[in-house]
Design a binder for this molecule. Structure first.
Ligand SMILES: O=P(O)(O)OC[C@H]1O[C@](O)(CO)[C@@H](O)[C@@H]1O
Length: 559
């Protein structure tokens, strides 16, 4: 068992974040929040949240209750490796895939995460080492269409290659879900997860542990790290790092609702994407919430007065307070800075507690995601033949069709650059730009590099999300949080479309419906959405990259 002092958890703060801790910590301690949370008291977030919270709090005890999975997963891994099956693919969305991604990246073990419906990305995954592949299909609800479609595609690919899918598919789902029944009928290996844990709090359930353990991560150590901090997090004391972090995030006044997460330079790789979903989907609702902006380094974003900067620190760094302070005083961190260090297993639990605390301070239910469903429904309507937001392009410029939704703001723009400038003109003084790219996040990864010049030029926060992945993360905030975002949606004609076996739509039709559905819901909320569709992938992407660099390079739209 890893001892607490080797976990190295510290939470330090300066500026508005430190003030928030001073303001809220005594009240949280006096209310016995931590003890009640670990006793799974569902009343902590008010009456409206009580019913949901009553079936969502088992995560507090997972460091202990998940122990039996370790042996089971290890035996399965050995069995598969004995058969030459050593390439692990994870099909799943949001809370069913983001934890294994950070766990495996931190452990330095390869895991292929397929969390997309973009046909080129799905086809690329299907072509990769099928002979030695085991596919973990993870879905709590057992009804997420992306995951169901990915499973169908792998089943078909295995059959086409003469491989019995039952030998290569492992299903993780809640007991009694539609997938649970179907998978058992098909003879698949099924591992049920604890149903009293929500998707984004499920890092230490079978959802986090099965793919990570099969890929070779040390999941026992992960549980040790979480167990080592459990008592500290359950303690109603001002030193409780979960209470401190939660107060720093959710208790600033006025609320600093943009949380800039800087996760580079620690032993944890890719933590930001996991924390982004936990925070955005848990808090972004009822017109409030916290929008995480994941950036590589402290130099990668403008500093504004409505941000708190959260820096992940190396866990063995006992100078972390100085680091946090210097990040503030050298002008890179603003006047609200938090430094967090600790081993990954401990941090997973720490941030879950902090999110529960922030939810209480924000007065929202941190366990539901009401606005994700609206986009899913709009996508279903479109697949069923309904009409979306701005079906007809306003104009075509080279290899890009341009559509505008959510108001009459495009004016007489006739080029992609003009349209981008018009969108940026819609930004208010506290607004943000969200880039939402429904492309292949591996093959097209360079597009994400446009985030930094855009943010620098705009002087406002810019988030970058890959569709449909972000729909299960910041997607909740964009629709449910403060209505001040402007949205750049990028879609592409696939190089080659792919049928979803057994369904009457293709992956291309599905991803297009997802983008159209989300644009429609954002537009219905009165938010401006610029939709750029690449009619030829390579040429369109090159044209788009030039246009973004033109707009950011000359500072157009800067305020
Ligand atoms: O595990 P499931 O049920 O497939 O859901 C995947 C993700 O979709 C959401 O339900 C909604 O976005 C997330 O909360 C969840 O993590």
């Amino acid at each position: 068992m890893t001892e607490p002092d080797t976990i190295g958890i510290t939470v330090t703060a300066s500026g508005a974040a430190a003030d928030a801790i001073d303001r809220h910590l005594p009240g949280l301690v006096e209310a016995g929040f931590a003890g009640k949370l670990f006793d799974q008291d569902p009343t902590l977030w008010g009456e409206a949240a009580q019913e949901e919270a009553a079936k969502r709090l088992s995560w507090v005890g997972l460091a202990r209750s998940s122990r039996p999975l370790v042996g089971e997963i290890s035996a399965l891994r050995e069995d598969l490796r004995g058969k030459g099956v050593d390439h692990v693919v994870l099909c799943g969305m949001g809370g069913s895939s983001l934890a294994p991604e950070v766990i495996c990246a931190t452990a330095g073990v390869p895991l292929t995460v397929l969390d997309s419906s973009q046909p080129d990305m799905v086809r690329a995954a299907l072509r990769d080492r099928l002979d030695s592949t085991v596919v973990v299909v993870s879905s709590k609800s057992g009804s997420t269409v992306e995951t169901d479609s990915q499973r169908r595609a792998y089943e078909q690919a295995f059959r086409d290659a003469g491989i019995d899918p039952a030998e290569r598919i492992v299903v993780v789902t809640d007991p009694g879900s539609p997938l649970d029944g179907e998978a058992r009928e098909a003879g698949y290996r099924v591992i049920n997860a604890d149903p009293d844990v929500g998707g984004r709090y499920s890092a230490l359930t079978a959802f986090g542990l099965v793919p990570s353990g099969l890929a070779g991560a040390d999941i026992e150590r992960l549980l040790d790290e979480a167990e080592a901090i459990t008592d500290l997090l359950a303690d109603d004391d001002t030193s409780n790092p979960g209470l401190r972090l939660g107060a720093a995030l959710g208790g600033t006044e006025p609320l600093r609702d943009k949380i800039v997460l800087i996760d580079a330079g620690t032993q944890i790789t890719g933590f930001g994407d996991w924390a982004e979903q936990l925070i955005a989907e848990s808090t972004g609702k009822d017109g409030t919430g916290l929008l995480p902006v994941v950036v590589g380094s402290a130099a990668d974003g403008p500093q504004t007065d409505d941000e708190t900067w959260v820096l992940l620190m190396p866990s063995d760094d006992d100078e972390s307070e100085d680091n946090a302070t210097s990040a503030s005083s050298d002008g890179t961190g603003g006047e609200s800075t938090v430094g967090v260090s600790g081993a990954l297993g401990a941090q997973l639990l720490l941030w879950e507690v902090a999110t529960a605390v922030a939810g209480r301070l924000l007065g929202i239910n941190p366990f539901d995601q009401p606005d994700v469903e609206s986009a899913k429904q709009a996508a279903r309507d479109l697949l069923g033949g309904g009409s979306g937001a701005a079906d007809e392009p306003a104009f075509v410029d080279g290899d890009i069709q341009v559509r505008a939704a959510g108001g009459d703001w495009l004016g007489d723009a006739s080029t992609v650059s003009d349209a981008l400038r018009r969108l940026i003109d819609q930004l208010g003084p506290t607004g943000y730009l969200a880039v939402m790219a429904y492309l292949d996040r591996i093959a097209d990864s360079a597009l994400a590099d446009t985030r930094v010049p855009l943010a620098t030029s705009l002087g406002r926060p810019v988030t970058f999300g890959w569709g449909p992945r972000f729909l299960h993360s910041t997607g909740q905030y964009h629709k449910g949080g403060r209505p001040e975002g402007v949205y750049l949606q990028i879609t592409t004609e696939p190089r080659e479309d792919l049928a979803v076996p057994g369904r009457d739509f293709t992956f291309g039709e599905f991803v297009s419906a997802q983008a159209g559905g989300d644009a429609k819901v954002l537009a219905d909320h009165g938010r401006p959405v610029l939709r750029l569709h690449l009619t030829a992938h390579d040429a369109g992407l090159a044209q788009l990259t030039r246009a973004i660099s033109e707009v950011s390079g000359n500072g157009a739209g800067a305020r």
